[in-house]
Design a protein. Structure first.
Length: 458
């Protein structure tokens, strides 16, 4: 079964469990993504520990994770612009990306370029949009001198690069172990600790225009002491001091859009932004990943990776091959097919793709009730309408093959509610499994009448 990270009470990393869960089904406007990589963030630690229970009340069992990158495995109704098997980067809004399968609003995913690694894409959203918002908040301009605390961390390592991209002179506060990386990215490295104000002044030989605090501690007070105006100081963590000194607190929520994510992905794709990956842990080692994060001594981003997720392209191929085998068996055996269709009257339905305009052939169980042919909008038991239902709504003209008869043209009509209910009850008397199927879903399962093309539709 699919897996997801869950916790049933507030606590440390030991409350995290990887459990089996049902495979989610996309609602209209959603896509289902097979997660390949998903970042972990301090926010998740704060929520899971209960530190933010007043701000983010939690209902147990709870999931976690906002960042993700993966491949589309299923599209909800009305989703255009994506295909099954497509590589995407995105974000959730409900702490759920630490899982094999993730439901995402289609507006919150973008295409992933081929040369952006999974770990980088999956760890980008929270740190990237937070750094973007912080740099924007302090109004970085070409020639400014900007100091960034926690300059080698997940957010800080991106903030220094984005500020440099805008033409600023950037000072990065970090441990000596990270100075080489900062220097390689055009950042002036300065060690934190006692005497840091003097070291900053000596390094720049002038004044500081803006300050971005990604670490906390006493860095807001340091910025004030360096003469930085409060409106050009931003912290993403020290909200108490921010209120005391009147500085900004713009973070992820100020730039949490797919448009900003696309800008960041484009910079990475062009080689103008690097997302350092500190470590990548398998999903099942989520506890170890958070222990590493909570040490606060890593350079860059820690991500979860998923090596067991199915290949959506392979799933799509397997479904097509299964369909083709049934079509060939039907035509070779006068309309008889074994397996899941054995014992059901079966027809081959040729419809026109709602989006593609291409002909699609599907084996579909049918029911002859009072001399009329009806088909039910089942999708192999999944909680969504089958593709052929969308096709018939867009293009009612279709062709069917029954037994060994020659193909015949039909016109499809989706039954209105009252008529649909009457026919569906008759179907359930013949095939009780459809009744069980309906009880497992909140949607109304559609029923279509297929009448000869020359016959009037009622």
């Amino acid at each position: 079964m699919p897996r997801a990270v869950r916790f049933n009470e507030y606590g440390d990393v030991d409350v995290l469990e990887v459990v089996d869960v049902p495979r989610p089904t996309p609602a209209p406007g959603q896509v289902l993504v097979a997660m390949r990589a998903a970042g972990i963030n301090p926010l998740e630690t704060s929520i899971r520990s209960g530190l933010l229970r007043e701000v983010f009340p939690t209902t147990f069992p709870a999931g976690q994770g906002l960042d993700l990158a993966g491949q589309v495995v299923e599209l909800g109704e009305g989703v255009d612009g994506f295909t099954v098997g497509q590589d995407v980067v995105g974000f959730t809004e409900n702490q759920s990306s630490h899982a094999d399968y993730v439901l995402v609003n289609a507006d919150n995913v973008i295409a992933k370029p081929g040369n952006v690694p999974w770990e980088v894409a999956g760890g980008l959203y929270v740190v990237g949009t937070t750094a973007y918002a912080a740099v924007a908040a302090v109004g970085v301009n070409a020639g400014d001198t900007v100091v960034v605390s926690g300059a080698a961390g997940g957010v800080g390592s991106l903030a220094v690069q984005l500020a440099k991209h805008l033409g600023a002179n950037v000072v990065g506060l970090a441990s000596p172990a990270n100075h080489e990386w900062l220097t390689a990215h055009g950042v002036i490295p300065v060690s934190y600790g006692d005497g840091v104000a003097e070291r900053i002044t000596a390094a720049i030989g002038g004044t500081v225009d803006a300050f971005i605090d990604t670490f906390g501690a006493d860095y807001i007070r340091l910025a004030i002491d360096l003469g930085v105006a409060p409106q050009r100081i931003d912290t993403i963590i020290n909200f108490a001091d921010a209120a005391q000194y009147g500085v900004k607190t713009d973070g992820n929520s100020a730039a949490a859009t797919a448009q900003v994510l696309a800008e960041l992905v484009d910079l990475i794709d062009r080689g103008e932004l690097e997302v350092p990956i500190a470590a990548a842990y398998p999903l099942e080692h989520v506890r170890d990943a958070f222990r590493d994060l909570e040490r606060r001594r890593t350079r860059g981003k820690i991500v979860l990776v998923n090596h067991t997720a199915p290949d959506p392209a392979a799933v799509l191929v397997a479904e097509r091959e299964f369909n083709q085998r049934n079509i060939e068996e039907f035509r070779a055996n006068g309309g008889k097919v074994g397996g899941q269709f054995e014992g059901f009257p079966l027809l081959l339905l040729t419809s026109t793709g709602a989006r593609s305009g291409q002909h699609r052939i599907n084996p579909v169980a049918y029911f002859d009730i009072d001399g009329k042919i009806y088909i039910i909008g089942s999708s192999a038991g999944r909680d969504r309408d089958p593709a052929w239902a969308f096709n018939l709504r867009a293009h009612p003209a279709a062709t069917i093959e029954i037994d060994s008869e020659a193909p015949r043209a039909v016109t499809a009509r989706e039954l209105p509610p009252a008529e649909r209910d009457t026919i569906f009850r008759a179907v359930v008397q013949t095939a009780p499994g459809f009744g069980d199927y309906e009880r497992r879903t909140d949607r109304v399962i559609p029923v279509f009448e297929l009448a000869p093309a020359s016959s009037p539709m009622h």
